[in-house]
Ligand binder design. Structure first.
Ligand SMILES: [Zn+2]
Length: 487
């Protein structure tokens, strides 16, 4: 097998890695490239890199939009479906419509509930301020209750007494430096295809990948090493969402990054709702253009807006789990999620809980009007109490090591109601007024005689279709609801 280090690719790797000279950590990743077709056939990586790669699944959509906006050239801003517009809608909606400033902050600075893990990544690209934790100020609510309430913000309520959970509580076992890997054993070895399918690094999987990639001559293969720092990790996140060949793009430059959103006319597939639990149906009034049967806008109460805003708090892996096979992106990030069953607990995952975190990432959002799994999974937080002296009261600390368990509570309401909102097809949300509605219709050049109002019931199927539509198009109401309704 003639595998040699390609001077051209190696030179490029050096150029890429010198972009950010001040960074502290680089992770070397070996890439096997097809020098004739100028593509990466596969990468070989250890647990440190796999930890970072799979942590993409835990990032909330709002965080991904924010990170990519900071990372990308302003003129080349990439839109993930309609999420960028949804982000702007939250930012532009006056704070007075939210229950508190914290409610708005939870949606504009979305937080990763796998933060405890991700802060121990060798390179953590998420610069969001970590969540604090709060408990009830009434100590009896902690000691006298099974599963006492814990929150990641100070506006959720205690299940026992109904007071706000506003007493800060810290971790006893600090986020100490841990050299044993995050999700995976650090010494585990992985093989990663150009399309981000991840397999155990075995001879069998290597030859299977070579065959799938159509490599018939070992002579075309060369090995090179790419140093990944935070700049490259952000670039990989971007490529995983927008390219079918993310690793090749990293080495040979972007080839087919999708610059514009591809609009899809209607849904071809039905989405399974069997794993959705406890969804509270809503109704929205939509204005439909009679001549085109298109939804022009919706007039809704705050419940539907809270539901839409909740998309931003959803981690990417959670959306992939909700949508299953009907998930699609311009990139290959779903292949990471689909690779999780390939990797055993023990040999690869350190614990099963860590695989659950990636399969069904928890969401830092708790509106009544949100999507929840039938088997919603959440990690245990334990607590312990200490008394420094006999004159002092107990002080409580969180711990990851075991002890009585606490249960996370989220605020249930984010927007002040009752309030009506106007929601456009691309999810620009503004307070409703008749004149704003008329002005908007006039801007669309729609005549008054060409519109009619319909009421739509939003159940689990419509909810999932809206989520999917938001992921892949800017015509969210029409793609999410239009194909299901007969106007
Ligand atoms: Zn209480």
């Amino acid at each position: 097998m003639a595998i040699v280090v390609s001077s051209e690719a190696a030179a490029r790797a050096v150029v890429v890695s010198s972009k950010d000279a001040e960074r502290e950590v680089d992770i070397p990743v070996k890439l096997v490239i097809d020098k004739e077709k100028k593509r990466v056939v596969f990468a070989e990586a250890d647990g440190d890199f796999a930890d970072i790669l799979f942590s993409f699944l835990t990032l909330p959509m709002g965080t991904i939009i924010r990170l990519l906006a900071q990372h990308s050239d302003q003129s080349k801003q990439l839109n993930i479906g309609n999420f960028n517009t949804l982000c702007s809608s939250v930012k532009n909606l006056d704070a007075k419509y939210f229950v508190t400033d914290v409610s708005k902050d939870l949606l504009t600075n979305t937080r990763n509930l796998a933060d405890y893990e991700c802060r121990r990544l060798r390179i953590n690209i998420d610069d969001t301020k970590p969540a604090q934790h709060f408990v009830c100020q009434n100590l009896d609510c902690i000691v006298d209750q099974d599963l006492p309430s814990l929150s990641t913000c100070n506006i959720a309520k205690c299940r026992r007494c109904g007071d706000y959970l506003k007493t800060p509580i810290n971790f006893l076992d600090d986020m100490r430096e841990n050299n044993s890997g995050v999700f995976f054993a650090q010494t585990a070895s992985f093989i990663i295809t150009d399309a981000l399918n991840v397999f155990p690094n075995t001879m069998g999987s290597t030859f299977e990948i070579l065959e799938m990639a159509g490599v018939s001559d070992f002579g075309v293969l060369e090995e090179t090493t790419l140093q990944f720092g935070s700049h490259e990790i952000l670039e990989l996140l971007k490529c995983s969402l927008f390219s079918k060949t993310p690793l090749s793009d990293m080495v040979f430059g972007e080839k087919d990054i999708v610059k514009d959103i591809v609009l899809i006319p209607s849904f071809q597939c039905r989405i399974s709702t069997e794993h959705i639990y406890g969804f509270i149906n809503m109704t929205v009034n939509v204005l439909v253009q009679k001549s085109t049967k298109k939804i022009l806008l919706a007039q809704t109460a705050e419940d539907f807006v809270e539901f839409l805003f909740g998309f931003l708090a959803m981690p990417l892996g959670r959306i992939i789990s909700f949508l299953g096979e009907s998930f699609s992106s311009d990139g290959t990030v779903e292949n990471l999620h689909n690779s999780l069953p390939n990797l055993d607990v023990g040999r690869y995952f350190k614990f099963d809980e860590l695989r659950q975190i990636l399969l069904y990432p928890e969401v830092d959002y708790g509106s009544y009007h949100s999507l929840y799994f039938r088997k919603e999974w959440s990690r245990d937080f334990y607590y312990t109490s200490r008394r420094e002296s006999s004159y002092e009261e107990d002080t409580f600390h969180l711990t990851r090591e075991g002890g009585p368990v606490m249960k996370i509570e989220h605020p249930k309401e984010y927007l002040r109601g009752p309030k009506m909102f106007l929601v456009t097809d691309d999810l620009i949300v503004t307070p409703f007024s008749s004149m704003s509605c008329i002005t908007y219709l006039h801007s669309l050049k729609v005549s008054p005689g060409d519109v009619e109002e319909h009421q739509i019931n939003i159940g689990p199927e419509e909810a999932l279709n809206l989520l999917r539509a938001c992921m892949i198009s800017t015509s969210v109401l029409n793609n999410g609801l239009g194909s299901l309704q007969v106007f």
